[in-house]
Design a protein around this ligand. Structure first.
Ligand SMILES: *Cc1c(COP(=O)(O)O)cnc(C)c1O
Length: 353
């Protein structure tokens, strides 16, 4: 017997969610698989999403691993290259690169091959993270269009508010104005924009979170959007006890019983990726029944209220998030977002596909 925690990855749910993206946008789909496919496993996810026209990630070694595994799609490095020494690799493995800075533009001259590089010019339309300022775009375009190493150019931007009431209007208008003069493919939409703003779809969409079955919106559940959870994190109860009124639970005794109650200890803690900041009352499922966490999450364990689940005992199954309990709900209770919980799953958790 090993420690009972496990992450189950439902590859058919992943394919369902890709179909939702496909039905919603007629664009080519660049599946975002950065951060080890949001914690789900890079190569297994890429295999399941093989019908996507492209993959986007950050690490050139991951991109090469995809090529070596036989993927022929467009592969895009979302932060581009960091060093001129990477350019020969981009040419050799036919990897697309975001170019977001004049520093990268200057490094382009080190590219050894003519007509080899697929460039995604990133324009800053308000996110203020990466990208050329609007007034820098004409000069950057001039340089790219003349550059012998550049094979083709796609224009892209990223939205800061696509998941919020404020929406995309301002950034979309700015992007349209800046790019109207160029007859080139464009890419704007993350999951939220893909689902809510058809006017952003253009040639390429870049869904991430929706593929993994979580909603990007506070006001719409994954289920309402037709998305199915891909990752389900489960474990078991490994200890059960009775508390008297006044007894306290866990480090710093953060939870105090105000009456007699029955509690259980779950084999899952922050070293597995469960958020330490999840307070008492965070939803959790035992024996398929919803209950709450109690007190502080420890490194390897957390406590749950079993008062209303009398048949729960050592060995009872626990769902931390996933099918039956949305990751968004757990994230919200812990003051974070589903993205962070999925990415935070640690290497010691066995993954079953
Ligand atoms: C992460 C990322 C995405 C995907 O965003 P989701 O909200 O997960 O859909 C798209 N584009 C860029 C540039 C990103 O960094």
């Amino acid at each position: 017997m090993s420690r009972p925690i496990q992450a189950h990855i439902d590859l058919s749910a992943l394919q369902n969610n890709l179909r939702v993206a496909r039905r919603t946008a007629s664009s080519r789909i660049m599946a975002v698989i950065k951060a080890n496919a949001y914690g789900h496993g890079l190569l297994r996810v890429a295999e399941a999403l093989n019908e996507a026209e492209g993959f986007a990630l950050l690490d050139v070694r991951d991109a090469i691993a995809l090529r070596e595994a036989g993927f022929r799609q467009t592969i895009l490095l979302l932060e581009g290259f960091f060093d001129a020494e990477e350019l020969p690799l981009l040419a050799e493995y036919e990897l697309g690169s975001v170019i977001h800075s004049t520093r990268q533009l200057a490094m382009l001259d080190a590219c050894p091959r003519r007509n080899s590089l697929e460039v995604w010019l990133k324009i800053n339309t308000g996110m203020n993270r990466l990208g050329f300022a609007p007034e820098q775009v004409p000069a950057a375009m001039e340089k790219l269009r003349k550059h012998p190493a550049v094979r083709d150019i796609t224009l892209m931007t990223h939205f800061s508010h696509a998941d919020e009431p404020e929406g995309v209007a301002e950034q979309l208008e700015l992007f349209k104005g800046l790019t109207a003069a160029y007859r080139l493919p464009r890419s704007l939409a993350n999951s939220a924009a893909l689902l809510r703003y058809p006017s952003t779809h253009s040639e390429w969409v870049r869904p991430g979170i929706m593929l993994y079955g979580a909603s990007p919106f506070a006001d719409a559940s994954a289920q309402q959007l037709g998305l199915r959870p891909v990752m389900t994190l489960t474990s078991e109860i490994i200890s059960v006890r009775e508390l008297k009124a006044g007894d306290r639970v866990g480090y710093a005794g953060l939870f105090r019983a105000d009456k007699t109650m029955r509690i259980g200890t779950v084999a899952c803690g922050y070293a597995d990726g469960y958020p330490r900041h999840a307070p008492t009352g965070t939803p959790i499922q035992v024996n398929g029944q919803r209950t709450r966490t109690l007190g502080r999450v420890s490194m390897d364990m957390l406590s749950v209220d079993l008062s209303e689940i009398p048949d729960a005992d050592i060995g009872s199954p626990v769902t931390l998030w996933g099918t039956g309990l949305s990751v968004e709900e757990v994230a919200k209770s812990a003051g974070t977002i589903s993205y962070e919980l999925m990415c935070a799953l640690t290497a010691r958790v066995p993954v079953k596909y």
